[in-house]
Design a protein around this ligand. Sequence first.
Ligand code: SAM
Length: 381
Amino acid sequence: MTTALYDDKQLLRARIGLASEIERGSTVLSSRVVEAFLNVPRHSFVHAFYREDDGVHRPWRATDAADGAWLREVYADRVLVTEVDGVRAEVAGSEGRSGVATSSSTLPSLMADMLDALDVRPGDRVLEIGTGTGYNAALLCHLAGAANVTTVDRTEQLVVTARTRLNEAGFEPTVVRADGSEGCPGGAPFDRIIATCSVRRIPQAWLDQCAPGGLIVAPMESALGGGAVARLTKLPDGRAAGRFLHRPASFMPLRSDDEPSPPAREPRAGGRTTKAGARVLDDYGFSFWAGLHLTPTVVRNGGTLHDSADGSTARVQDHPDGSSTVAVSGARDLWQAIEDAYWTWLEGNRPRREWFTVEAGPEGQSVGYSAPDGSSIRWQI
Ligand SMILES: C[S@@+](CC[C@H](N)C(=O)[O-])C[C@H]1O[C@@H](n2cnc3c(N)ncnc32)[C@H](O)[C@@H]1O
């Protein structure tokens, strides 16, 4: 239906435009990855997506736009939100929805960097966690051969739609509805595992199901944000070790049925002044660092932090005159922990995420950093 609105020349031009944009923004990209983007059409997997206006997500279909505007948007280097609160854009009413994005087609240049890091070769057995639209799965099929690709998503409707679209595009990978934190035991071992939703730690199932010498590429993110893509090599002893890619990456989280509860209690207004205002955590570099310094029970919700372990809460506010205040309640001053981390981050000259190492194994998971003065730190995550 969508394809009929555009002729082959327009579609080819759109794919060339996207591939060129990806190449311009990337430092190292294998020609096989660029070639995959030239061959696999994005619009075949995204028939409609949401555009957000003032907190309301409204569906936008090819038939809603004139002059190729819809196609330009689909082939732009942009995230396209395809599902909000479990409702796909394709079936959403025009009044829109004001909920949370639950599935999307990832930023193409980020997909390209992750596929480049995954280093997929023809014949590699590949597992993708987070099928979504099926577009990334199609690129994996192009790179590895569809018979070698397994992709899982937790939502039946997404899986059914993605399988249909993949088949229509000529690919027949294994598409499974499953909780991705369990991997896909029936298809293991895999030479390559890629996640397109974020995790705080690499699930043990992925480590178990990755063949020795294989690669795991997965966005890791703490509850404070600061997402970064980890690239780990599976070692012969069962552990995996690696580093983070240079670019920041904010992905929707791998969802589980026991999501943490939101902050229970707001602290009183007022409080003390702070030199570290609310915006410090919007810096991806710092929120990555801060996530290593605070316990994983600390959750951020806008300007509020809450520790579900001891009930501590901090609410920080920036004021029009440039000052910031923080109000705290509970057993400890949570914002003090952020301030301490902020000063060590500045003193360390804002360490870059690609300088950190990551290790994961049955005995635990950790992130390490070696400072230029030779000292090193390792955090259990
Ligand atoms: C950013 S989207 C994936 C984009 C997709 N790779 C594509 O090319 O369109 C993230 C996906 O992760 C899925 N997801 C979240 N939690 C999951 C879980 N526990 N198991 C499997 N999939 C999950 C969501 O349903 C969503 O479709």
